[in-house]
Design a protein around this ligand. Structure first.
Ligand SMILES: NC(=O)c1ccc[n+]([C@@H]2O[C@H](COP(=O)([O-])OP(=O)(O)OC[C@H]3O[C@@H](n4cnc5c(N)ncnc54)[C@H](O)[C@@H]3O)[C@@H](O)[C@H]2O)c1
Length: 422
């Protein structure tokens, strides 16, 4: 493969990357079943796919499944810090997949890589945060007419795409994979919950027991992080803007307060809101010496890093890997992890394979559904069909050796009637 057909950090790391991919594969039985069927049925024969996802071992297994189905896949990163360089190299070397992704790439390279993915002229795109679809609308609108659909993997991406649809500007059908129960109930909650804590610990080596941990946002991701932090003995405080979710956090037994109150007492702050400047100048001013701040929401906008840099009298990069120290006037130090980008992917390995098994099996099957229904799809945001969710959930249960009951005819009748049993 010619060098300009891909752009990865270190092709020499391919053998290590292959081991990681195979290790993850062991924990992805549902996706493996999908791959085996795709191999036989070739539902994507000859179709071009461009995927803009976190380039991890789990994503590599999704790409292998798509390729097994006959797709010609190109992969680029959905975040400059989330790429596993050895995995990117293995995909190029052993799977002959053109990958455009280097961990730590600058802004210009990141967008050059997105363009390379679109130059592939995809008919299906996969996004984690809607960057590819956004660029398609702005710079590659000529591709829209031939597109079958785009899959969107995360909450922030679905919000952006629904906003595009609301403005009447969406030009392609979109499948909201994030909104499938088999994705956000497990990936966002248990995946982000565990891997965010993992990222914090790998970056800082801090003891969570007894720490006051502030979790901003009690959505699916926030619930996961809050419960995992509590499980490790932290005293967890939740901040919210939604009264229902705040109430839910309170009744789940967490302390609920405003960020202004939390800023004075917190020792570790984790944002997971999908919103901007959740930790702003006014909060940074109030924080204690030694406070650690990080983000696990999609974009690096949840912490107002520009203000932090402007307020600081001294900035020390990499006091530890993925830890930058900012000294504020008066000598107080604040530690920022992973440059404010997704800490679970920047400082750890992202979600465990077992949970990505469900997300990516859902992605792969949603793509197949889109291809089968291509003539019917319109430029709007679609949900993943319930049959896909049920199939993924049943197979996951069976892979875990778990059995569930089946409704009897009598129970079915009762549950669908207003007359029986009253
Ligand atoms: N780190 C990862 O690997 C990963 C995985 C999945 C999703 N995400 C991202 O995490 C973010 C959250 O996703 P989710 O599925 O939990 O979304 P969600 O919509 O379920 O939850 C977000 C919550 O944040 C709250 N919120 C909004 N603004 C706030 C503010 N200023 N202060 C406090 N709370 C505020 C909302 O009320 C909501 O309850 C998104 O950006 C999503 O794309 C990251």
């Amino acid at each position: 493969m010619a060098k300009n057909r891909y752009d990865v950090g270190d092709l020499g790391a391919a053998a290590r990357g292959k081991k990681r991919i195979l290790w993850a594969d062991q924990d992805m039985p549902v996706l493996r079943r999908v791959r085996e069927r795709f191999e036989r049925e070739r539902p994507f024969q000859g179709l071009s796919f461009s995927a803009c996802l976190h380039v991890t071992a789990e994503t590599a297994n999704l790409v292998r499944a798509l390729k097994a189905g006959g797709a010609q896949v190109v992969l680029c990163a959905s975040n400059p810090l989330s790429t596993q360089d050895d995995v990117a190299a293995a995909l190029v070397k052993y799977e002959r997949i053109p990958v455009f992704a280097i961990k730590g790439e600058d802004h210009k390279t990141y967008y050059r890589h997105l363009r390379a993915a679109l130059e592939h002229k995809p008919v299906i795109t996969m996004d984690d945060g809607a960057d590819l679809v956004s660029m398609l609308h702005k710079e590659y609108a000529r591709l829209a007419g031939k597109m079958i659909a785009s899959m969107e993997e995360t909450t922030t991406g679905v919000i952006r795409l629904r906003a595009l649809a609301k403005d009447g500007a969406l030009r392609i059908p979109v499948i909201a994979v994030n909104d499938a129960a088999t994705k956000h109930l497990f990936d966002n909650r248990y995946g982000t919950g565990q891997s965010t804590i993992d990222g914090v610990i790998r970056a800082t080596d801090m003891l969570l027991a007894g720490k006051r941990v502030v979790v901003a946002g009690y959505g699916w991701c926030g619930k996961g992080v809050a419960s995992r932090a509590r499980g490790m003995g932290a005293k967890v405080i939740v901040t919210e803007v939604d009264p229902i979710r705040a109430l839910e956090a309170a009744m789940d037994g967490f302390e609920v307060m405003s960020m202004k109150e939390a800023a004075r007492v917190g020792e570790l702050f984790i944002t997971l809101t999908g919103d901007m400047h959740v930790i702003g100048r006014e909060h940074l001013r109030l924080m204690k010496d030694g406070a650690v701040i990080c983000n696990s929401g999609h974009f690096d906008i949840e912490i107002d890093i520009k203000s932090l840099k402007r307020m600081a009298v001294k900035e020390e990069r990499n006091v530890r890997n993925y830890v930058d120290a900012y000294t504020l006037p008066g000598g107080k130090r604040i530690y920022l992890l992973g440059e404010g980008r997704l800490v679970n992917l920047a400082a750890a390995e992202g979600h465990p394979a077992s949970v990505m098994d469900m997300s990516f099996a859902t992605q792969a099957l949603a793509s197949e559904w889109a291809v089968k229904n291509r003539r019917k799809l319109k430029p709007q945001v679609y949900d993943v069909p319930k049959a896909v969710e049920d199939w993924v959930a049943r197979l996951k249960l069976s892979s875990m050796g778990l059995h569930i009951d089946k409704l009897s005819k009598e129970q079915e009748r009762y549950l669908s009637s207003w007359q029986v049993g009253t």
